[in-house]
Design a protein around this ligand. Sequence first.
Ligand SMILES: [Zn+2]
Length: 252
Amino acid sequence: MGEKYLTFIGYLYFSICPQNDFRKRFLTISRLISPEKLPKTGFFNPLFVIRCRKLWEIRWIPGSGLQAAVSVIISCMVDDLLTQKPIPDDVRTEADVYWMNLALAQAAQAAALGEVPVGAVAVLHDAVIGVGFNRKEADLDPMAHAEMIALRAAATAVQNWRLIGVTLYCTLEPCPMCAGAMIQARLPRLVYGAKDTRFGADGSVVQVLRAPEFNHRVAITSGVLEQEAAALLQQFFQNLREKRGKAEKRDL
Ligand SMILES: [Zn+2]
């Protein structure tokens, strides 16, 4: 089996596997075999995977060469496919609070620049792969929402528009645009803080994220550090009103 073919199998696996131990194992093996040949975009052929499952059920034997490497890659693929379960909603972990604090720090940066304080952090394998805060005023860009910036940074980091295994932490319920971007990115999980009664797309105004008609469903946990996120927004708008009040008094 040629190296090209092996890379192709790696390519398949790389594009579909969830982020877990199997993926790490695969990456280690694939780097040993053809480090510079891993492609940067995704591709998936389910028939190929099913056919391989019947032919290869061999486990990794150290030192047995190329064939064993191929076997482990395919058995990893099969294991992953068989163990993939949808992530449930409303799961809360201690780590969620930790990452949400980072998202709040992003929101605080927005506030410092006079932007509406919303922050987002994309996390993969307990590592931040993308951050963003609202920059609509600075960039004169209606699409420069914290979530969009963080999603784009995450996709650049993994060199794949499909954000497999990524969790996005947002301080505020996403708007319909960002919710749409999350579905496009096949984001597995979203954790957000405060509800947004003006633009929220998780039921506050419309329900985009949980719409059953889409072919992808983002698992959602809401209300993580909700009060902190809401307080940041309230403080920002209160300061804004005070500033405007003072300006109006000066004008009189
Ligand atoms: Zn948005």
